[in-house]
Design a protein around this ligand. Sequence first.
Ligand code: OGA
Ligand code: NI
Length: 365
Amino acid sequence: MAPTNGSTLATESWDIVDFSTVINKGHGVKGLSEMGLKSLPKQFHQPLEERFSEKKILDQVSIPLIDMSNWESPEVAKSICDAAENWGFFQIVNHGVPLEVLERVKEATHRFFALPAEEKRKYSKENSPTNKVRLGSSFVPLVEKALEWKDFLSLFYGSEEETSAFWPPVCKDETLEYMKSSEVLIRRLMHVLVKGLNVKRIDEIREPMLLGSRRVNLNYYPMCPNPELTVGVGRHSDISTFTILLQDDIGGLHVRKDSGNDWIHVAPISGSLIINIGDALQIMSNGRYKSIEHCVIANGSQNRISVPLFVNPKPEAILCPFPEVLANGEKPLYKPVLCADYSRHFYTKAHDGKKTIDFAKIGDF
Ligand code: OGA
Ligand code: NI
């Protein structure tokens, strides 16, 4: 059983973990992993239907891989829009973000999670002086029936001043560099995707609706004693406009194919970035572009990191289908919702596949 005053992690096997040790004291799931637990604590046991043993992994299928060198050519633009419609997920190479920048942010992620617990705990929900910087484990532990085997540092970009005041020194510059070096790519993708919806002009109202804010997460998935019983991240779709995801070479991300129980592994490709459409763009495109469910398997022998850059509408934006998309008489599938309300809804419940978007749906479909 859990020790009641678990200030150290010296116990070798717990059925039930002392959650304050994991979360509030800064050790995280990584701390549990490093104790050399022989078996997975009960809180992390996922219900059978969420485990990977119940999923069919299609090993002959992969998501599209797109070379972005000639991003403005009609062929490349078409493959991007087709991938957004049919897969919701694709990988890109020759994307223009320098590979050294990607290496540096991966190293910075390892550096942050290698800090002693006393350092990391400064960024926990209880201790962080701002809600724009937050270290967490699992997703929303207080409401989850089963926990996910993951730690993360979430960094919301407010301003240059807030960043230099609050982001952790060991990863601040590298994360900011990754964010800034991705801006050209973000605008290229937006340009192509929006053109594919017949939207001709991105004015001062549309731009913040599409690209008004940024959040970078540094994700750490420690080695797990019983990977088959849990997940790294449970089934969810991102709420972003789109996400740029950098993963290391370990693998483990899976994407749902169509709406059945078939899943596709997103095999790591060195130097590539993964792009996935989020709920905000699914709503703005009235369902043309798909925000696809994905999840991450836990790993029994290696630690994995990933660094998603969530390109989000600004919190004050109203999400709704573009009039151009409805111009042909198509019925709106989603009602207008305030982006901040949509995010709040997402962050107050456990991961539950595609259910977040019901918040904006008109009727049942
Ligand atoms: C996420 C996510 C996938 C990964 O953070 O939203 O889906 O590979 N991450 O870590
Ligand atoms: Ni995701």
